[in-house]
Design a protein around this ligand. Structure first.
Ligand SMILES: Nc1ncnc2c1ncn2[C@@H]1O[C@H](COP(=O)(O)OP(=O)(O)OP(=O)(O)O)[C@@H](O)[C@H]1O
Length: 273
C-alpha cells in the first residue's frame, strides 16, 4: 500500500531499506525529538513498534504521549511552531521527511481521538465520506466497504437497520466505534488511539477494549491511556514516558510485574502522576 505514498511523493530513499527492520517491526522510531517552538516536548526517543500488536503509551499528564502519537501520522504539522527531528521509519520511508504525502500517510496510519467526533451526517456517510474523497464512487463498492468496516468495528448488528440515520443519534460508545469503523474503511495498517474510551461509560469502554484486542489481528495499534488496568488488559507492549523521556519500554507483563526502573514501578503503583 505504501507504494502509493512513494509514487505520489517520489521520495528518494536516503538509506538502505532492507536491514532497517526486525521481522515484526512496523515502525522504527529513532532519536525522535519534538518541539513546540523552543520547548522540547519529546527528548530524543527510540523504539520499535511491533506489527499486529497493541502498544500502550503511559505516563503522567504532559509527559509527551499524545505529542509522540500525533507525530506518527504527522498531525503535529497542524500545530503552528511544532517541529519533529529524527526518524520514524515505516515501510522504508521516514514519515518525518518533508516529501511525504501526508494525506496518503494518514490513510495508512489512521487516528481516533478521545472524544468521539462523527461528522453531523448519516452513519453511512460517515464511512463513505473519506472513500468518495479517495475516488471510490460506485454504490455497490461503497455499500460493501460500509458493511465490512462496521462489522470489523463490532457495530453492524446495532446499526444495520438505521444506516441513513444521523450518526449523532448514536450513543457515545457507538459513536466511538463508528469513528473506528471510519478509520478502518480507509484500509489502514496502523491505528493510533488517543484515550479512545476515557469519555465512555464502563460497558462501552469494555466493548471498545474488546474491539481493540480483536483488531490487532489485522492492524497494528498504538494507544495512549491513563488507565493502568486498560493498558495491562489490552496491550502487548507498554512504553512509560516521563517529562518527554522514554523511561522504559518492554512487554506489558514485565512493565506491570517486574519493571527495571524504579520510576516505572512508582508510576504504575500510583505513587505519582
Ligand atoms: N499545541 C501545543 N503547543 C504548545 N505546547 C504543547 C502543545 N501540546 C502539548 N504541548 C506541551 O507538550 C508537552 C507534552 O504534552 P502532551 O499533550 O504530549 O502530553 P501527554 O502526556 O499526552 O499529556 P496528557 O496525558 O495530559 O494528554 C506538555 O508540556 C504540553 O504542555
Amino acid at each position: 500500500m505504501l507504494t502509493a505514498i512513494k509514487e505520489r511523493t517520489n521520495v528518494e530513499l536516503p538509506f538502505q531499506t532492507t536491514s532497517v527492520f526486525q521481522p515484526e517491526t512496523i515502525l522504527a522510531v529513532k532519536n525522535l525529538e519534538i518541539f513546540y517552538g523552543e520547548k522540547r516536548a519529546v527528548n530524543g526517543i527510540s523504539l520499535d513498534i511491533e506489527k499486529n500488536s497493541v502498544t500502550a503509551l503511559i505516563g503522567p499528564s504532559g509527559c509527551g504521549k499524545s505529542t509522540f502519537l500525533r507525530s506518527i501520522n504527522r498531525m503535529n504539522d497542524l500545530i503552528p511552531g511544532a517541529k519533529a527531528i529524527g526518524e520514524i521509519i515505516y515501510e522504508d520511508l521516514n514519515i518525518l521527511s518533508e516529501d511525504i504525502n501526508v494525506v496518503a500517510l494518514r490513510k495508512e496510519i489512521g487516528m481516533v481521538f478521545q472524544k468521539p467526533n462523527p461528522f453531523p451526517k448519516s452513519i453511512y456517510e460517515n464511512i463513505t465520506h473519506g472513500l468518495k474523497f479517495a475516488g471510490i464512487k460506485k454504490k455497490s463498492k461503497l455499500d460493501e466497504i460500509v458493511e465490512e468496516s462496521l462489522r470489523k468495528a463490532a457495530l453492524w448488528d446495532e446499526v444495520k437497520d438505521r444506516l441513513h440515520k444521523s450518526a449523532l443519534s448514536l450513543s457515545g460508545g457507538q459513536q466511538q466505534r463508528l469513528c473506528i469503523a471510519r478509520t478502518i474503511a480507509m484500509k489502514p495498517t496502523v491505528i493510533l488511539l488517543d484515550e479512545p474510551s476515557s469519555a465512555l461509560d464502563p460497558i462501552s469502554n469494555a466493548k471498545v477494549e474488546d474491539l481493540i484486542v480483536d483488531l490487532k489481528k489485522e492492524y497494528s495499534i498504538i494507544i495512549v491511556t491513563h488507565n493502568m488496568q486498560q493498558a495491562s488488559r489490552i496491550s502487548d507492549k507498554t512504553a512509560f514516558f516521563l517529562s518527554g523521556d522514554l523511561i522504559e519500554y518492554d512487554s506489558t507483563e514485565t512493565i506491570f510485574t517486574n519493571p527495571s526502573v524504579k520510576k516505572t514501578e512508582e508510576y504504575i503503583s500510583g505513587r505519582f502522576g
